[in-house]
Design a protein around this ligand. Structure first.
Ligand code: BGC
Length: 745
């Protein structure tokens, strides 16, 4: 019996072994093998020339694989809110493909305004699927540079002014993208907080400010999100260009944070042979070569990490270990993406992606003011809505720089209002002002003709006349993606609205009609007319479903729950950047590059306004709902603790209004007494909670040592000093509803 059992077992084992696919061939092609073993195996088979080849571009948006070994090329794409249309092999010009019109998702400033981690995951997942379908391996996004000044042209691509918020939102985005076997390339690392002279300005920032404000979102993307790629920024930081800034890339990113992915240069961001080799760069893209005039047969051979590197390796001027370390990272990127196991094929322009974009656009819309319940719109049957403003009709997906997209469809606010009120009310539109009539970017055209010969005075007069008999006026204006607006490569010139819009709004207010002002922008704008508007809404560049997402909120189909990811000041002068040396930087005797001093240190955004006691127009975290919420007491799991012991913070929130809705509960920590100047309070936790009318729920958060600490540059360590801390629960940074005190021992 025993013998028969053993025989049976042996035959079963033999059978199993026979059925298991025996992996023949090299380890690097064995999908079952450990990724590090595959990397080492591939590396051992590569020639010197093949190793150098994978470290730099072969076209505008691709870098080579190893053709002899069957290792594929890596295809990169912008990013960060849709898949960029194809350009020519060597040029920025459109390739003219007809299959590359993507779903444009909302800009990341809108995503940040949702304060909803699940929507960040949905965003990442959806855009990752589109990247995958389009055959891309690296998505050049998300961007998490902090909004230091309202004037930064690229604020619209980033996630606001607070490192905790940006960090919390970037993690699920990265995870969602990478689920698809597509790498997120988090950008622009680091302190790239202005577009003005971005390739020739040295950001001078002290360590405490770096670690507390400008690095945390990147750190979260790497250490919690597991980002597979990071893009260096154009500017210099403390004297070195960031695409090969050894301190930033070798010491902090790869050293302190243990980043095992690839550092990719911004396009043209690598500037020096030696630093490109030793400064932590792994893949060089977009370098501005002098074409073929440098003597090489291929312009890409002129790249710092191409022929110059090869020459140094051949004559022993530089070491092989650094080369191998770079190649390992590129191979790892390859095995995680282009050669990933079980990589699906993605999908593109699906109804689900449209629905995701519309949801994010609506949930990011921020209701800033709503006096007398002007919103949601309550228009009598057969009534009249007057819509005024260029942004009601202007398509905004095209423009703004590298994030410009080609999309099959774009819903404008006017179209969406007409859809929503079809057969119920008359929706009429008046221009009000002429702003930017351009209709194309990089040869992608919206096909719109926005020219209008009327004078500014006439436009206003016509808009005012059209208000006759209107039940409500909706002004839709703000910025756009042209030069000196929300736009890569230039900063804004002022914080006020361009094209005389303030005058238009004031004239409309003068009609006495109910007035809703919708500001569409990716940055804070001054609102001197705020008192005379019944309702004010902060809208964003919402992508393909932009208009519909916005109108869902205006009509009340969606109860607004968006919150400002930045402070809206009354005036630029109220903010922390007071001198030219702070912004936009100054030229200094004997210094090659412009210097920009971050003298304000950690005091930016609400940290500054709080510390100075200056009231902003609308505070960070502010946003209204069509219902109201009441907060109970803040309950703490203990009244005193040692740093490092988790503290549980709970607060009961009740929906006290008549509608279902979501509240963003924000937890700020205030250090009552510190040995250094600290911001009066800092966001350290938040959560979005949906409550039916009348419902209440206890929401809980856990604060760990990070929540109490500041960065001691001298000791190069985070310090949680003993003493009293206040734990504040609020609906915005300026609307704290309850508080409790805890003592750190
Ligand atoms: C931008 C990057 C972008 C790259 C490729 C650069 O000019 O700064 O954000 O990903 O171009 O288009």
């Amino acid at each position: 019996m025993k013998y028969r059992f053993v025989v049976l077992l042996c035959s079963a084992a033999l059978l199993a072994a026979a059925c298991k696919p025996v992996s023949r061939g090299p380890v690097y092609l064995n999908l079952d093998a450990d990724i590090e073993d595959r990397v080492e195996d591939a590396l051992s088979r590569m020639t010197l020339e093949e190793k150098v080849a994978v470290l730099h571009a072969q076209s505008k948006f691709s870098s080579p694989g190893v053709p002899r070994l069957g290792i594929p090329e890596i295809w990169h794409t912008d990013g960060p809110h849709g898949i960029r249309p194809e350009v020519l092999w060597d040029k920025w010009e459109q390739a003219g493909w007809t299959n590359d019109s993507c779903t444009a998702f909302p800009a990341l400033s809108c995503l940040a305004a949702t304060w909803d981690r699940e929507l960040a995951l949905l965003f990442g997942r959806s855009i990752g699927q589109e990247a995958r379908y389009r055959g891309k391996d690296v998505l050049l996004g998300p961007g998490v540079n902090i909004c230091r000044t309202p004037l930064n042209g690229r604020n619209f691509e980033y996630m606001g002014e607070d490192p905790y918020l940006a960090g919390a939102m970037v993690v699920p985005y990265v995870k969602g993208v990478q689920e698809n076997g597509v790498a997120a390339c988090v950008k622009h690392f680091a302190v790239n907080n202005q577009e003005w002279d971005r390739t020739s300005t040295n950001s001078v920032v002290d360590d405490r400010t770096m670690y507390e404000i400008y690095l945390p979102a990147f750190k979260a993307a790497v250490m919690q999100g597991g980002a597979w790629a990071i893009m260096g920024s154009y500017n210099l930081y403390n004297g070195h260009f960031n695409c090969h800034n050894s301190h930033l890339l070798n010491d902090i990113l790869k050293g302190e944070w243990g980043f095992d992915g690839a550092v990719i240069s911004d396009w043209g961001g690598a500037r020096d042979d030696e630093e490109a080799i030793t400064g932590g760069l792994d893949i060089e893209m977009g370098t501005w070569t002098d074409g073929l005039s440098g003597g090489a047969s291929n312009a890409y051979d002129n790249y710092h990490l191409a022929a110059p590197y090869l020459a140094r390796l051949r004559d022993g001027r530089t070491d092989m270990e650094t080369l191998d370390a770079k190649v390992r990272r590129v191979l790892r990127l390859n095995f995680r993406t282009a050669m990933a196991r079980d990589r699906h094929f993605g999908n593109f322009c699906t109804p689900e992606h449209d629905a995701a974009g519309r949801k994010i656009a609506a949930e990011g819309t921020v209701l800033l003011k709503n006096d007398g319940g002007v919103l949601p719109l309550d228009i009598p049957e057969g009534g009249k809505i007057l819509v005024v403003g260029e942004n009601a009709v202007k398509k905004q997906v095209v423009g703004g720089g590298s994030s410009s997209l080609k999309t099959r469809f774009e819903s404008t606010p006017l179209d969406a209002l007409m859809e929503a009120f079809a057969g119920k009310a008359d929706v009429v539109w008046e221009r009000g002002y002429v702003g930017d009539i351009s209709n194309s970017y990089n040869r992608v055209s919206t096909g719109q003709d926005l020219s209008d010969p009327r004078s500014p005075g006439q436009l206003i007069a016509d808009a005012v006349a059209a208000a006759d008999g209107a039940d409500c006026i909706i002004f839709v204006g703000g910025l756009n993606k042209s030069k000196h607006q929300d736009n890569e490569g230039t900063d804004r010139e002022q914080i006020t609205l361009p094209y005389g819009q303030d005058k238009v709004i004031e004239a409309l207010a003068g009609t006495g009609c109910k007035l809703v002002v919708v500001n569409i922008s990716g940055s804070p704008v001054a609102m001197p007319w705020a008192d005379c508007a019944g309702a004010i809404v902060q809208g964003w560049y919402g992508g393909s479903q932009s208009g519909r997402g916005l109108v869902d909120v205006l009509t009340g189909v969606v109860n607004p729950s968006g919150r400002l990811p930045f402070t809206v000041p009354f005036a630029l002068e109220d903010g922390p950047l007071k001198t030219e040396r702070q912004y936009p930087g100054i030229s200094e005797e004997g210094k090659k590059w412009k210097q920009e001093y971050y003298d304000e240190g950690v005091f930016i955004g609400y940290r500054w306004f709080d510390a100075q006691g200056i009231a902003p127009q609308f505070a960070f975290g502010h946003g209204l709902s069509y219902t109201t919420f009441e907060y109970g007491d803040v309950e703490l799991s203990r009244s005193s603790l040692r740093a490092g012991t988790p503290l549980k913070v709970s607060v009961t929130v009740r929906n006290t209004g008549g509608r279902d809705g979501a509240e963003v509960v924000q937890i700020y920590v205030a250090d009552k007494e510190a040995s250094v100047a600290r911001p009066p309070k800092e966001l350290k936790a938040f959560g979005k909670v949906f409550l039916k009318a009348g419902e209440s729920r206890k929401v809980s958060f856990t604060l760990d040592a990070d929540a109490f600490s500041w960065f001691d540059a001298g000791a190069h360590a985070w310090v949680a000093e003993p003493g009293e801390f206040e734990i504040l629960a609020g609906s915005s940074s300026a609307d704290i509803r309850s508080a409790a005190t805890v003592k750190l021992l």
